[in-house]
Write a protein of this length. Structure first.
Lengths: 376, 376
């Protein structure tokens, strides 16, 4: 039998990754999260989580590693599920609808962790209630949905951000610093890959379901696509190949991108294989190599090309992007609070333009590959 | 100033790579090669090298690490260059033309190490003389040239092989064994990259010259393309992006391939950056990761996906493909002699079909990218 991710067993895989410090498993750390909450002060950022699934649980768990934020409520369409979540991850209040969750006076910020197909609808509810909102990636099913949400948020003067949590991790902050410093010269190409094997014998998994916005690209491919989008300029060309599942979503997608300056982006994503999950930013004076599973806390190798004899002039710097406790989801939550309190309507780290650019590329890839959602 | 490869300083770079054992530099080992030749027996395979450049030198140097083959002659259009080569790499005879070299009665096998644009013509001379011939990669400028040479070789009943020397290196032999064993299941995708920076301030380099078959794809990209071609089935789709130099060859080429079974190939090659030069073969039950500079003696990591909990079921095996002395060019030379003496007209390791498949893919990529040679 092949290595597989059944149901939502994904966290074990991630928690087993290297380059970050995690003491125990999700169940074990829930208790730790509770003990943290005893120190909660009234100045904390109070979060309500829409959704009571895997990602909701990871977010709640990670907020247990900071004293600056807490989860005060969870909402699900299934009250029993919300109550179970609240008792496992709490103390927190449980609501049987997203509307009730959002209306809860002890909820300052809303985290949308519902299936992809519901992101836009629930984000809209929070914005209409005037509450700053963090929407799990992918922000929406397509660029049109995202544009509509951003327009609403602008009208309502409410902060909204896509939960591209990786961008706040230490190694990704370092990557941007290195690129901006000019240490690797001009970018020539960005290559990135993210594949995890989801057992095709379990086609009931949400990633196999087109109605839930399934497929490799939207859930996994967004990491390589957004990395390329964030480092390249305006994308003028996209070319993609896809191999679909029997359910009509993409099991395997490969795509090329090119910007106005002729820089190349090369991405691959898969539900059929756990690929090497590496990325690299290649420049005229050096390159940055991202280690295994670069979308979680990971390491970087910065290679600066030497002058003259290439074999001897090379300079290599290893940067270990460790996060103390948790997986680093809390950083995006702290950013939302910081921005919203400062009166910003978007974050400079995950600006609306990046979310739109990424979705526009993914729209084009999906069209070429032949994956269509009802919302398209 | 950026890291650069000026003129033919490339060997220093390669010699500085990891994963293989090299005692000294090219100049230093030439002497070692000479001392080996003292043990030469009459039963040795006697090679004549057409061309007296960098690759010719590497080949001669590497043959110094075996007692089964020797270089007896070198030929160049420039007799002085041939004589210099012979005195540095000898003892061997120097000829002022390829015709004389090939006619030399002490030359049993011919190695064609002339510029890409001359491969087909010189290979033809050797075949017409009835001497088994090894043609440095790329075998020809395009598939049409290669077809013509293979047809001639068939008519003349002469052995001919493309010098895809990497395929004989220990880690590549291991790679094929692992794939054939089924240990990584069915192949889902093959991803490979080869980029080396050639200083754009030195556009006189042969790789910048379209008349010499310049560009990244033909010289460097052939490694990733042939790796994909060797592991995937019949290629049905190719899509490529290229960014060209002022001289009209490809500085940066990225391409996607797909075979009849929906398996993906993703390659990137560059003259503008030294990319991470890694490759990976991704399967349904595991993957093979090829280390830095996988086209020279290098290492493999074989990851077998575990059952059940992915974090704990994974099995990792590291294979170090070291070569004792030299870079392993001699293996292809020994294969030519073995095959030709056994009455074969092609090698099962680098069959004519692989050379043609690779060139047909490269023809298609070049057409899409807009790189055209006079021979096209």
């Amino acid at each position: 039998m092949s290595r597989s991710v059944k149901g939502e067993s994904l966290p074990d895989k991630y928690l087993g990754g290297r380059g970050h410090t995690i003491g125990t498993n999700v169940a074990g750390t829930a208790a730790r999260s509770v003990s943290h909450r005893k120190e909660v002060a009234m100045t904390q950022n109070r979060w309500g989580i829409a959704g009571a699934g895997f990602i909701a649980g990871m977010f709640a768990w990670d907020l247990g590693f900071t004293n600056e934020a807490t989860v005060t409520a969870v909402g699900s369409r299934d009250l029993a599920k919300a109550e179970r979540f609240a008792s496992e991850r709490g103390p927190m209040r449980a609501h049987g609808s997203y509307e009730e969750l959002i209306a809860d006076p002890e909820v300052d910020f809303v985290y949308v962790a519902v299936p992809h197909s519901e992101h836009a609808r629930v984000a809209e509810l929070a914005i209409r209630a005037g509450k700053p909102v963090l929407v799990e990636k992918p922000f929406a099913l397509n660029a049109r949905q995202a544009e509509s949400i951003f327009e609403l948020a602008k009208r309502e003067n409410v902060f909204v951000m896509e939960g591209l949590w990786s961008r706040f991790l230490p190694h990704m902050v370092k990557l941007r610093e290195v690129v901006e410093s000019g240490a690797i010269g001009e970018i020539v190409s960005v290559s990135a890959d993210h594949g995890l094997r989801f057992d095709p014998d379990h086609p009931e998994h949400r990633l196999y379901d087109p109605a839930l916005g399934g497929g490799a690209l939207l859930d996994l491919g967004i990491y390589p696509v957004s990395l390329v989008a964030s480092l390249l300029g305006d994308i003028t060309d996209v070319s993609a190949f896809g191999t679909l599942t029997a359910t009509g979503v993409d099991a395997e997608t490969s795509a090329l991108m090119r910007d106005t300056a002729g820089r190349h982006g090369i991405i691959n994503t898969s539900l059929s294989t756990e690929s090497s999950n590496r990325a690299s930013v290649n420049g005229t004076r050096g390159r940055i190599e991202l280690g295994y599973n670069y979308m979680i806390p990971s390491d970087l190798r910065i290679v600066s090309f030497g002058e003259g004899n290439p074999a001897h002039g090379e300079k290599v710097e290893d940067f270990i992007g460790a996060v103390e406790g948790g997986m680093g989801w809390r950083f995006e939550a702290l950013e939302v609070a910081r921005c919203a309190r400062a009166g910003l309507r978007e974050s400079p780290v995950v600006p609306h333009a990046l979310t739109l650019k990424t979705l526009r590329i993914m729209d084009e890839i999906r069209q070429q590959v032949g994956v269509r959602y009802d919302a398209d």
